[in-house]
Design a protein around this ligand. Structure first.
Ligand code: ADP
Ligand code: MG
Length: 231
């Protein structure tokens, strides 16, 4: 697996007329296989909107998103559902687990949706739970988990089907800094070890600095944060 992403002239405007909000404006960037990219920027700058477009959850107003050369913009119906299900692992800010299932079952449900071999899926789930420091919480119901534990289960769930693109929105919001660093490091290991692509939106510069590259979003526009510039 060796995934590339090329985003060009990507824009999203919500609403129309004098209510229109240009959330993402002409974004362009490309990635290398195995790259882990952090996106930082103030609240409301368009980070979630951009991530949702890349993940096929939101239709762009204009522009192009190519994954391994395949154009994603304009995919509909079954093709779009396939893209989301097979290629993308998404960790949302509001990580909604299924409350009536355990931590482990929340991972396994992804494999069921995908029609995977359940024996292999159980091994994969247990391995991810271990990497995320959740083995001892494996059989706890989602409702019994702390905020940080739920966040980690959500990350495990996103990785369960071995997605090529791992898209993460504010993963460390409900994690303390030591735990946050550990979780981001296991995400990076997963991305690097299998030549995936990771994109992580974060407020936390200490976390962003663990990435290969930091991009900054401002007013819907994306700029490269220059290496070696302090602050
Ligand atoms: P960030 O993730 O950087 O905080 P968002 O992508 O959530 O930024 O939002 C970017 C801009 O788009 C903000 O001005 C926000 O209010 C607006 N916005 C986001 N979602 C919607 C929506 N569904 N309808 C209208 N405006 C929206
Ligand atoms: Mg956001």
């Amino acid at each position: 697996m060796s995934v590339t992403l090329e985003v060009s002239n990507l824009s999203k405007t919500y609403g129309e007329g004098d209510r229109a909000v240009a959330a993402v404006r002409g974004v362009r960037f490309a990635t290398e296989p195995g790259e882990f990219v952090a996106i930082v920027g103030p609240s409301g700058s368009g980070k979630t909107t951009m991530l949702a477009m890349i993940g096929g959850l939101l239709t762009p107003t204009s522009g192009s998103i190519r994954v391994n050369g395949q154009e994603i913009v304009g995919l509909r119906g079954k093709a779009l559902a396939e893209y989301r299900r097979r290629k993308v692992g998404f960790v949302f800010q509001a990580n909604n687990l299924l409350p009536f299932l355990t931590a482990r079952e929340n991972l396994l449900v992804m494999a069921r949706i995908n029609g995977s071999d359940m024996r292999a899926a159980r091994a994969r789930a247990d391995q991810l739970l271990e990497e995320l420091g959740l083995t001892h919480r494996r059989d706890a119901l989602a409702t019994e988990l702390s905020g940080g534990e739920r966040q980690r289960v959500a990350i495990g769930r996103a990785l369960m089907n071995d997605p090529e693109l791992v898209l993460v929105d504010e993963p460390t919001a409900s994690l303390d800094s030591a735990r946050g660093r550990q979780v981001v490091q296991s995400l990076i290991a997963e991305v690097k070890g299998r030549d995936k692509l990771g994109i992580m939106v974060t407020h936390d510069m200490a976390m962003a600095e663990l990435a290969d590259r930091i991009l900054e979003m401002h007013d819907g526009q994306l700029t490269e944060r220059l290496a070696g510039v302090a602050g």
